[in-house]
Design a protein around this ligand. Structure first.
Ligand SMILES: [Zn+2]
Length: 265
């Protein structure tokens, strides 16, 4: 039964990844998510059901459009595989529970942020704002429930979880706002808002894992790119891409990573 459910949720994750690709393609261009229907960006041919089976169509067509043979961006199957893998990991970690559902949901949100920022150097308000509202609603429900902590992610949060989330969000937002005011060239207000969202989702004390991991990753990549002279000091590094990896790790293995960080002190 568990094996069957694992397979079902992994496939669901791959399918959701296919929808995330639509969001990543269209949200930055201010296009509707539903209209026009899926089509090839090169030849404008409308795609049929057999072209749209997540992952399998890509593999079957060997990464090219069936009609004009234009290459399909590697990001398309990558997002589907990552989304499937994160659903698999979340289910493996938390089983059939609210915590699994919440972790899978937030992984989708942060995956979207990761790839939009990677491709456009943009963190969209129309993603961050609704996500922050959803986070607050979840925190409020979790705090009001007779058995607090039942909502999961939230399993990590000290009670009352609404305080933990809001303090976490404030820490992330204020810390990044200060860094942004000191060095406006390094990042944008989008990164500041993202840091606030990460704090809301992970709360105290896991915001340390959620933010520090992203900061370390971003810094590491910046240094490597500078050393390789791939990017000049003035070029923009999609900082949000690295920042948004942090909360995914924090939701899946937050307590373990937290203990590991503590081991350094
Ligand atoms: Zn085409």
């Amino acid at each position: 039964m568990t094996i069957l459910l694992t397979a079902v949720f992994t496939l669901l994750g791959i399918a959701v990844g296919s929808f995330l690709n639509v969001c990543i393609d269209r949200l930055p261009l201010r296009k509707s998510l539903v209209y026009p229907p899926s089509h090839c960006d090169s030849c404008q041919q409308r795609l049929s059901v057999k072209d749209l089976i997540p992952l399998f169509s890509y593999l079957w067509l060997r990464g090219c459009c069936r009609y004009c043979r234009a290459r399909i961006p590697l990001r398309v199957p990558l997002v589907e595989v990552l989304s499937g893998a994160l659903f698999f990991l979340a289910f493996w970690r938390f089983g059939l529970s609210v915590q699994f559902a919440l972790t899978a949901f937030w992984c989708c949100v942060f995956l979207m942020i990761i790839f939009i920022d990677w491709e456009h150097q943009l963190i969209l308000n129309k993603v961050t704002y609704p996500a922050a509202i959803v986070a607050l609603v979840i925190l409020a429900i979790d705090t009001l429930l007779p058995e607090p902590g039942i909502l999961g992610n939230l399993g990590f949060l000290p009670q009352p979880s609404i305080l933990s989330g809001i303090i976490g969000g404030a820490i992330g937002f204020v810390f990044f706002l200060i860094v942004f005011l000191i060095n406006p060239r390094g990042m944008g207000m989008g990164d500041v808002k993202l840091a606030g969202l990460i704090g809301l989702v992970t709360g105290l004390p896991l915001i340390i894992v959620g933010l520090l991991t992203g900061i370390l990753l971003g810094g590491l990549v910046a240094v490597v790119l500078l050393l390789l002279r791939r990017k000049g000091r003035k070029d923009v590094i999609p900082y949000g891409t690295f920042l948004a990896i942090g909360p995914i790790l924090a939701l899946l293995w937050g307590n373990e990573i937290f203990d590991w960080y503590l081991g350094f002190f």
